[in-house]
Design a protein around this ligand. Structure first.
Ligand code: BGC
Length: 389
């Protein structure tokens, strides 16, 4: 079977600053990783040295035949000390944006991908009374370098961020999927929504939205009401605030089953990935359908989807399934504008390098990039707009 995606569909690959750049020393996550006796197994350290090797990365994206690169700007580099904006950091990110444009790649720019400056966190983080104004000031500083950027993601996975707050409080790295985690800190969730609105105001005519971790919640044993309540706190309230946005970023990897007492473990015998998530490519199509039903009329951009596996054939298998589900949703009339595979590089997975999501391997000592066969397969899908099953 063969299906075709529409002309102009944006095919890309994604990464984020803290996970790829290395030495993000002024950020809160760096402090967490480097705390003596901390609970994270590995530090990000030099990461993929992407701060210096970004040209090579863009060349790979271009060479594969993709049309977009999603990356994030690091607030902790732009404003390492409160109120002190680094013009050199802004110039760096402007070069990155121009590097994309020169290569014919659409830069899909995220302003906040999980990490904040350490000073921001020490001053009370997202629930401090000044938090929204602090974020607004950062967005205002970044705005002048965004010329030519077709879409800006204000905050990556605010739902996950508000759930991770609990993880950090509990001093425990959750190995399971986000949607099975404790509910988000509601005060933080609301602060993030206010920050998103403030950012959109500052961005004016620049097209913007935010990206939500979609968990494809599924009720079992008649637990429909529980599932609805569970999904509301962890996902739907974050979709609802995006109802007037220019786009919504869908990020889906797996599903979460909800029984009468909450999230259920992955079913016995189910196939799992390195992150221990259920291998469930259908999650993407389902997440896109759920999002479109929740906020009809908002164009969808898949800003993340992928699999942590050491078996590159399995990456192709998973992505084929995910794209088939995506295509079927589009054939049913859902407005999806593009797909960004997570991730371009094998990068730092929030406490460990073990889960390899990348289309491209990175040598941990030399930083040499090796394009995997799955990347060439994906490039072919992108170039031809055709998926063969
Ligand atoms: C995040 C990424 C992360 C990926 C895989 C998303 O939650 O935005 O930073 O690497 O999922 O876990």
């Amino acid at each position: 079977m063969q299906v075709s995606f529409p002309d102009g569909f944006l095919w890309g690959a994604a990464g984020s600053a803290h996970q790829t750049e290395g030495n993000n020393v002024a950020s809160d996550f760096w402090a967490l990783e480097n705390r003596p006796g901390g609970f994270l197994p590995e530090r990000s350290g030099d990461a993929c040295d992407g701060y210096h090797r970004w040209r090579e990365d863009l060349d790979i994206v271009r060479g594969l035949g993709l049309g977009a690169y999603r990356f994030s700007i690091e607030w902790a580099r732009v404003e390492p000390v409160e109120g002190a904006i680094s013009l050199a950091a802004l110039a760096h990110y402007r070069r990155l944006i121009e590097g994309c444009l020169e290569r014919g790649l659409a830069p899909v720019v995220t302003l906040h991908h999980f990490t904040s400056p350490l000073w921001f966190q020490k001053a009370g983080g997202w629930t401090a009374p000044e938090a929204v104004e602090r974020f607004r000031r950062y967005v205002r500083a970044v705005l002048p370098i965004l010329d030519g950027v077709p879409c800006v993601c204000t905050i990556n996975e605010p739902n996950m961020l508000a759930m991770m707050a609990n993880m950090v409080k509990r001093e425990k790295r959750e190995e399971n999927v986000a949607g099975a985690m404790p509910p988000p800190d509601q005060a933080m969730a609301e602060a993030l929504m206010a920050a998103h609105r403030a950012a959109r105001e500052e961005l004016g005519g620049v097209k913007s939205g935010w990206t939500v971790a979609n968990q494809n919640f599924q009720a079992v044993d008649g637990a429909d009401a529980e599932c609805e309540a569970w999904a509301w706190s962890r996902e739907d309230q974050f979709l609802d605030v995006a109802k007037d946005d220019d786009f919504i970023g869908v990020q889906a990897y797996t599903r979460v089953l909800i029984g009468p007492d909450g999230a259920l473990p992955v079913p016995d015998g189910a196939r799992r990935t390195i992150t221990d998530w259920e291998f469930y490519p259908e999650a993407l199509g389902n997440a896109v359908r759920h999002t479109a039903a929740r906020i009809p009329g908002v164009p969808i951009l898949v800003t993340e989807n992928g699999i942590a596996t050491s078996d590159d054939d399995e990456r192709v298998e998973y992505t084929t399934g995910a794209l088939a589900g995506l295509h079927a949703a589009m054939a049913d009339g859902i407005d999806v504008r593009g797909y960004m595979h997570w991730s371009l590089l094998d990068n730092y997975e929030w406490g460990t390098y073990r889960p390899t999501f990348g289309l491209v391997a990175v040598d941990r000592r030399t930083f040499a990039r090796t394009v995997k066969p799955s990347a060439r397969w994906y490039g072919e899908v992108a170039r031809t707009g055709t998926l063969v099953r």
